[in-house]
Write a protein that binds this ligand. Sequence first.
Ligand code: NAI
Ligand code: MG
Length: 410
Amino acid sequence: MARYTVVTMPGDGIGNQVLPEALRVLKAVGFDADYVHGDIGWDMWCKEGNALPDRTVELLAKHKLGLFGAITSKPKKEAVAELAPSLQGKGLVYYSPIVTMRQKFNLDICMRPCIALAGNPLNYVRRNPNGKVIEPPINTTVFRQNTEGMYSGIEWTNPPENIRVAFNTHPKFKAFSNVPGGDLALSVRVVTRPAATRIARAAFEYAKKKGFKGVTICEKPNVLRETSGMMEEAAKHVQKTEFPEIALWSTNVDAQLMWLNKNPEDYNVIIASNLFGDILSDAFAGLVGGLGFAASGNIGDEVAVFEPTHGSAPKYAELNPPIVNPIAMILSAAMMVEHVGDKYNDTAAREQGNRIWKAVADVVAEGKVRTYDMMRITGGAKAIAQGAASTTQMTDAILAKLEIAKATKA
Ligand code: NAI
Ligand code: MG
């Protein structure tokens, strides 16, 4: 029996194209795992009225490790219309299976590395004062709080009377007290000290492991005095009591987006609450290749699930051969391997994770095999004829680099 069992959840659309590619790579590096399939996504919603069936939740609870592709989600009316006839009219409500997974297993640490791989034509460049074009070495990982903040899900249009009464006790609410219920929408931003402390600690632990000299807390405490204030306080406390040797810098999220467009290489580790982290990590990902390169981990105390940040890209899902870039998925698998390496002190896994990153970096650096997104051409059936590599060819190139590395070592 293998040391680990991974629940593989390809989901919808291109999730089914990229996840098998990651498995080829995991097998090639010798990751000591068995794989069990977990149902998730739109088909499950249509057939069973639940995009994350209980049997998948049970598999995750048992095996603690998940690799997830992507899902499709559709607006409320379409969701109801596509339900199987036997499930219609039962008042079933669609919930995002990813959000449900994060909440059920308290996957509160979202880790999103945005690392410029040399040779990627999509990397951010700028001109020096002497006119020379340079490509700064971006190596940023965003630690996004994954379960609270603006995405706590506590929202109303036309809030119930007792909520209005409670809000009316706040002096600032007076300005809204005459707005009719149907014209009033509220979303509650919740921050708790334990969760703020956990995300800060995860960020500092990572900075320590990688030898980075500072961590940035990116919030807006001058305006969001309570919630951003608590995020910042927690980060300061963790720095002072647990990581005094690492610096803590504080930026406001608006300014941070400007700084990342000017000097992205100045930031290695960023802590942010849910919405801000979501925005920052997408913005950073855009500087290092975008969706084809954006990997992520959703990490809780017990369970961890790794996934590319892209969705199911339905317009490319039926293409044969598939054309989408498998790198985001493959790097997500590498993050999973590194995660178990650290968590279970498994040196072989740590080394396998590094080998995957290196093989991907080598293929990108060589520049011979590029998927359509790396060539800045329009995706679609014609992409291959225009010289783009298929999804499988990209993986083949990565596997070849792993073989070369193995041969050189032997
Ligand atoms: P998307 O991420 O699926 O695709 C947007 C565009 O990005 C694609 O049309 C394609 O041009 C490009 N792209 C995405 N992945 C790529 C890859 N690996 N290689 C090369 N190019 C890639 O986002 P979209 O179109 O907004 O949503 C499609 C569906 O996916 C929706 O149903 C949406 O709800 C869902 N979605 C699911 C997510 C998840 O599973 N985590 C995240 C985002 C969207
Ligand atoms: Mg995804």
